[in-house]
Ligand binder design. Structure first.
Ligand code: GLC
Ligand code: CA
Length: 552
C-alpha cells in the first residue's frame, strides 16, 4: 500500500466554504476560486464532504444519487473543472462515500417501498407488528432506529435519521452497486475516498435487544466488515489510493486491521476516542456539559499512537471536522490565549505519527459561534436533541447552552475569508449565521501577519515535507504522569525531535534531560526565548516548544 506519511489533507465542507453565485450556499466553483489559497497553504489532498444529489436532511449524508451533483453545489462540468484545476496544482480530490445508508429518496429505496422485492433486499427490512420494533436499538440522532412502513407491514433499520435507510451489505448486489460508484469517480480522476461510518456496514446475524446500550455493540466492527472492505478495495483497484474510514466507537484492535500495512483494507482510520474526553461515560454524555479530562486525553493518545505503531498501522490525525465543535473553543482558549492555544493544539496533533487533517477554518483558529437561539441551528441532530433535552426537563437556556458547546453546527459556520459583510463567504445572507468574530478572525488578516495561526499551519506542513522524522519517525511519550504537559519524541535514525505542549492557561513544568541540552528550537508559539535552567523546562500558558537534534 502506498505511503501517505508526508501528506496533509484539508477537509472542505462545501456548503460553508465559498459561495460563488450569491445564493448564500457554498458551491464547487467556490472551491475552485480558493484553490490557490490551498496550494499556498501546502496541502496535498482535499476531502470534500458530500455534494451529491440529496434532500439535505443530514446536509448531504443522505445521498439520493451517488453519481450526480446536487444543483445547489454546481454541475458535473464544475466538478470536472475542480478535478482538473486541482491536478494542475498537485492537489488530489477525495470524495466522501456514504455507503452505510442511502437517503429514502434514493431510487433503490423508492422501488423498495413500491413493493419491488429486489430492492427491499437492498435494505434491512423486517416483518413485524406496528407496535413492536424488531429490536430496542436507538438511532444515533435520537429515537428508535426502526421505522414502520404500514403499506408493507415491515420495519426498516436506520442507524441515523429516519430518512437514512441502512443498506444490506450481505446482499452481493448491493456491494456491486457500490463498487460501481467508486469506479465511476475513479474514472473521473478522483484520487482518494473517505468512507462514512464504514465500520457499521456489517450487521449481526441475530437481531436482539440491547439492555445496556443503544445497540451499537451488535453492529460496530460487525462480523464481515473486514471482508467487505477488502473486497471493495480490491475489486475497484484503489489499493494505492488514499482511503480513510470513519470508524465510529471502534477499537484499537480493529483499527490495526483496517489500516494495517499487510491487510490491504484502508490507508488510515479516523477514530474518536480522544474527542470524548469531555463526555466521559459514553456518547449519551455528549449532551451534558463537563470539563475535558486532559489526563484521559494523554492516556488515549498514548494508547492509540503506540498501539498503531506496534501494529504497523496508520492513524489519521485530527481535532476538527464537520461533526465536532471547534478545537480552540473546546481544548484551547478563545480569549487571552486564543492564538497561542490554537498553535499549540495544531503542533501537538501534526507532529504525532500519522497523516494530519485540517478542517476548513481551523488554520485560522475559527471558534464556536455561540448561537443563542434554536432558530440559528440547522443540524438535524442538534434540533432533535434540543427537543429531547426540553422533554427531559431542561430549560431552554440550559438546552441552548449545551448546544452552544456540543452542536455540530459549531463547525459549519461560513468560512471567514475577510472582514467584509458575510465574511467574504457570500454577498447574501448565508444559509447559516456567520460567527460574530469574523472581523477579528479571518484569512485576509492572517495573510498579512507573519505571526498568525495561518502561518504556523503553513510552517507545520512545510516541516513535514522537509523532515522525514516527522513523517516516518517512531513516537515515544514522556511525562506520562504530568497532568499539565503532553510531550513526546520522534525518532528516525539519527534524527530526533522533542515536542512539548502545555495544556493549561498557567505555567507548567517538565523535566528537561541532559540529552536535550544541545537541542535546537525549530518551532514555538512564543517570540522571546524561554528562560530554562536545563533541568526543568518551564512552559508558559499553552506553550509549544519543538526541539531538534541530530542531522539536518
Ligand atoms: C458521519 C458523518 C456525519 C453524518 C453521519 C451519517 O458521522 O460525518 O456528518 O451525519 O455519518 O451519515
Ligand atoms: Ca452558491
Amino acid at each position: 500500500m502506498a505511503d501517505f506519511s508526508n501528506k496533509v489533507i484539508y477537509q472542505i465542507y462545501p456548503k460553508s466554504f465559498k459561495d460563488s453565485n450569491g445564493d448564500g450556499i457554498g458551491d464547487i466553483p467556490g472551491v475552485i476560486e480558493k484553490l490557490d489559497y490551498l496550494q499556498d497553504l501546502g496541502v496535498d489532498y482535499l476531502w470534500l464532504t458530500p455534494f451529491f444529489v440529496s434532500p439535505q436532511r443530514d446536509n448531504g449524508y443522505d445521498v439520493a444519487d451517488y453519481r450526480n451533483i446536487d444543483p445547489m453545489f454546481g454541475t458535473m462540468e464544475d466538478l470536472d473543472n475542480l478535478i482538473a484545476e486541482g491536478e494542475k496544482r498537485n492537489i488530489g480530490l477525495m470524495f466522501d462515500m456514504v455507503f452505510n445508508h442511502t437517503s429514502t429518496s434514493h431510487e433503490w429505496f423508492r422501488r423498495a417501498l413500491a413493493g419491488e422485492k429486489k430492492y427491499q433486499d437492498y435494505y434491512i427490512f423486517k416483518e413485524g407488528a406496528p407496535d413492536q420494533p424488531p429490536t430496542n436499538w436507538q438511532s444515533k440522532f435520537g429515537g428508535s432506529a426502526w421505522e414502520y412502513v404500514s403499506s408493507l407491514g415491515k420495519w426498516y433499520l436506520h442507524l441515523f435519521d429516519v430518512t437514512q435507510a441502512d443498506l444490506n451489505w450481505k446482499n452481493p448486489e448491493v456491494r456491486e452497486e457500490l463498487k460501481e460508484v467508486i469506479r465511476f469517480w475513479k474514472a473521473k480522476g478522483v484520487k482518494g475516498f473517505r468512507f462514512d461510518v464504514v465500520n457499521l456496514i456489517s450487521k449481526p446475524e441475530i437481531w436482539e435487544d440491547d439492555f445496556e446500550g443503544d445497540g451499537r455493540k451488535f453492529y460496530t466492527d460487525g462480523p464481515y466488515v473486514h471482508e467487505y472492505l477488502k473486497e471493495l478495495v480490491r475489486d475497484t483497484g484503489i489499493e494505492d489510493y488514499v482511503t480513510v474510514g470513519e470508524m465510529s466507537s471502534t477499537t484499537l484492535e480493529h483499527c490495526i486491521r483496517y489500516s494495517g500495512a499487510e491487510e490491504k483494507e484502508l490507508s488510515m482510520c479516523f477514530n474518536f476516542h480522544h474527542l470524548k474526553v469531555d463526555y466521559r461515560g459514553g456518547d449519551k454524555w455528549k449532551w451534558e456539559l463537563m470539563e475535558p479530562d486532559y489526563m484521559e486525553l494523554k492516556v488515549i493518545f498514548e494508547k492509540w499512537q503506540m498501539g498503531m505503531q506496534r501494529g504497523n498501522a496508520w492513524n489519521a490525525l485530527f481535532w476538527c471536522n464537520h461533526d465536532q465543535p471547534r478545537i480552540v473553543s473546546r481544548f484551547g482558549n478563545e480569549g487571552e490565549y486564543w492564538k497561542e492555544s490554537a498553535k499549540m493544539l495544531a503542533g501537538m496533533i501534526h507532529l504525532m505519527r500519522g497523516t494530519p487533517y485540517i478542517y476548513q477554518g481551523e488554520e485560522i483558529g475559527m471558534t464556536n459561534p455561540h448561537y443563542t437561539s434554536i432558530e440559528q441551528y440547522a443540524d438535524v441532530e442538534s434540533r432533535n436533541y434540543y427537543e429531547i433535552l426540553l422533554n427531559e426537563g431542561k430549560t431552554k437556556e440550559e438546552a441552548l447552552e449545551i448546544l452552544a458547546a456540543r452542536s455540530r453546527d459549531n463547525s459549519r459556520t461560513p468560512m471567514q475569508w475577510t472582514d467584509e459583510r458575510y465574511c467574504g463567504f457570500s454577498d447574501t445572507k448565508p444559509w447559516i449565521p456567520v460567527s460574530d468574530n469574523f472581523e477579528k478572525i479571518n484569512v485576509k488578516k492572517q495573510k498579512q501577519d507573519r505571526d498568525s495561526i495561518l502561518e504556523f499551519y503553513k510552517k507545520l506542513i512545510m516541516l513535514r515535507k522537509e523532515k522525514e522524522v516527522i513523517a516516518r519517525g517512531n513516537i515515544e511519550f514522556m511525562e506520562v504522569e504530568n497532568a499539565g504537559v503532553l510531550a513526546y519524541t520522534r525518532c528516525l535514525d539519527k534524527q530526533k525531535l522533542l515536542v512539548c505542549c502545555n495544556f493549561r492557561d498557567v505555567e507548567s513544568q517538565m523535566e528537561f534531560t541532559q540529552e536535550w541540552k544541545s537541542g535546537r528550537k525549530i518551532l514555538g508559539n512564543y517570540e522571546e526565548n524561554h528562560k530554562n535552567n536545563y533541568k526543568v523546562l518551564t512552559l508558559r500558558p499553552y506553550e509549544i516548544i519543538v526541539l531538534e537534534k541530530g542531522e539536518e
